[in-house]
Design a protein around this ligand. Structure first.
Ligand SMILES: [Zn+2]
Length: 70
């Protein structure tokens, strides 16, 4: 689902429920029985600042490849 806040892919679980994933902080925003129920959670989602700070120290894979070639 795309909205003004960001893009939240939905994952279909084995039990038929759906998870909404935040691509910025990689948290599971919500789990619901229908995708429509996820929208309210996505609109109100605020990324965890601690998790975002931790991710700043992770080097993207593209940089690993570039460093290995140089
Ligand atoms: Zn988030």
């Amino acid at each position: 689902m795309r909205n003004g806040i960001g893009f939240f892919p939905h994952r279909l679980n084995k039990d038929g429920s759906y998870d909404s994933i935040c691509l910025k902080c990689l948290d599971t925003v919500a789990r619901a029985e229908t995708e429509a129920e996820l929208v309210d959670h996505e609109i109100t989602h605020i990324c965890d600042a601690t998790r975002l700070a931790e991710r700043r120290f992770v080097q993207p894979p593209a940089l690993y490849i570039r460093n290995a070639v140089e």
